[in-house]
Design a protein around this ligand. Structure first.
Ligand code: SF4
Ligand code: SF4
Ligand code: SF4
Length: 382
């Protein structure tokens, strides 16, 4: 086996479960970030698992299409619930999660060496509720879905042994943030995972990215935990799809930011006030969802909870922005979590673009990049 090679996995997700179980049994890691399904197959929650026998679920297709439900994400859960400063953890993550891990490591919130990351080659996330409505419109039962795959402008559904395609429309489409996301591969990753539908056949591929990934896969194959077949056909097909998605997202992102930049200062302020600040209900969900909001005692949340006089949407959002503006890794969870449907992630995109122009810094790109608000960075710039 070599770094860079891609393999199809046999027979299905159960092989990945065995791989994770092996990591626990052989004490390569202390825990695995697993999945729990609450009510419906769409409703995924993260779960820390230390006993290999408890590792029974790996709903890859749902995770890739919908992500964890509500405010949950791999990076937030690992950081807040799994003690990644001291414990070794294996997980499946999205590229934005890997960017969050990089930023969190710069604030001593975790050790990157403690993470064994199987990262998705991300086609984005879509609202599970919207897709369920789309399936119902086809007079089909969403509970009978067997798998899904997000494409460029549609989602393919495998249901009752047949493929149905739901085209994106105003009511069914990727999260707006994912439509703008142009960084679809993990910034750090040991093994890359892909899932797609080849006709009605579910295909999982793994690509070896790091030495650690290579070592683990070799061990899993030799102990017959997982069966792999080398493939090049799957790689080509997937690469073409990802190139198209990234090109589409880059164009949309650049246009959205340019449309904002082309406004006059007065128009910019009016837009920020009308679409960002005024609708804010100061509910705190965007902070709860943010994977890089890391302070254990948050003054913004305290003032919100204590209903401090005068602490309104302006103070809440501008304080948060002052903290997050140069470490936002663009996961979009703040927008998804917001009951007022405020497009916070877009305004953060505008801000991180300014930061990139001013300091050359891109949050989550590399663990070696020095965070601009440190003495080290200031001295370096002198
Ligand atoms: S923000 Fe980017 S990496 Fe994260 S889920 Fe969306 S498309 Fe994937
Ligand atoms: S501010 Fe929003 S988009 Fe940025 S990292 Fe936090 S939740 Fe994600
Ligand atoms: S989630 Fe939305 S409404 Fe709630 S505090 Fe954040 S921006 Fe305001």
């Amino acid at each position: 086996m070599e770094i860079g090679e891609t393999y199809t996995v046999r027979p299905d997700e159960s092989a990945l479960i065995k791989l994770f179980q092996m990591l626990l049994e052989e004490k390569v890691v202390d825990s695995v970030l697993g999945f729990d399904i609450k009510k419906k197959r769409y409703d995924l929650s993260p779960k820390a698992i230390e006993n290999p026998k408890e590792l029974t679920l790996l709903p890859l297709s749902q995770y890739l299409a919908y992500n964890y439900a509500r405010i949950n994400s791999s990076s937030k859960f690992v950081h807040t619930k799994m003690n990644p400063r001291n414990k070794k953890i294996a997980l499946i993550a999205r590229p934005c999660d890997t960017r969050a891990f990089i930023e969190l490591s710069k604030f001593n919130q975790l050790k990157l060496d403690n993470l064994f990351i199987i990262c998705t080659n991300c086609t984005g996330s879509i609202s599970a509720a919207d897709v369920q409505k789309g399936i119902e419109n086809l007079k089909l039962d969403p509970e009978n879905v067997e798998a899904e795959e997000l494409g460029i402008n549609s989602i393919k559904i495998l249901i009752a042994g047949k493929i149905q395609e739901i085209k994106f429309s105003d009511s069914i489409k990727r999260w707006d943030n994912c439509s703008r996301c142009h960084k679809r591969e993990g910034s750090i990753c040991d093994i890359q995972v892909d899932f797609y539908l080849d006709g009605t056949k579910k295909v999982i591929t793994l690509t070896i990215i790091s030495e650690k990934g290579k070592e683990i896969l070799e061990k899993a194959v030799s102990s017959k935990k997982i069966q792999l077949d080398k493939t090049t056909a799957a790689v080509k097909k997937r690469k073409e799809l990802m190139e198209k998605i990234v090109a589409q997202a880059t164009e949309y992102r650049e246009k959205s930011i340019a449309d904002f930049q082309n406004l006059s200062d007065e128009e910019k302020f009016a837009k920020i006030a009308k679409e960002f600040i005024e609708p804010c209900r100061v509910c705190g969900q965007c902070i709860n969802a943010c994977p890089v909001c890391y302070c254990p005692t948050c003054d913004v949340m305290r003032r919100r909870k204590e209903k401090e006089a005068g602490f309104d949407g302006r103070l809440y959002l501008l304080t948060k922005m002052a903290h997050m503006g140069d470490i936002c890794i663009g996961c979009g969870k703040c927008t998804v979590a917001c009951p007022a449907k405020i497009q916070s992630a877009f305004f953060y995109d505008v801000l991180t673009d300014y930061v990139k122009q001013a300091f050359g810094y891109e949050p989550g790109r590399s663990a070696e990049e020095i965070y601009p608000r440190t003495m080290k960075a200031i001295k370096k710039s002198r």
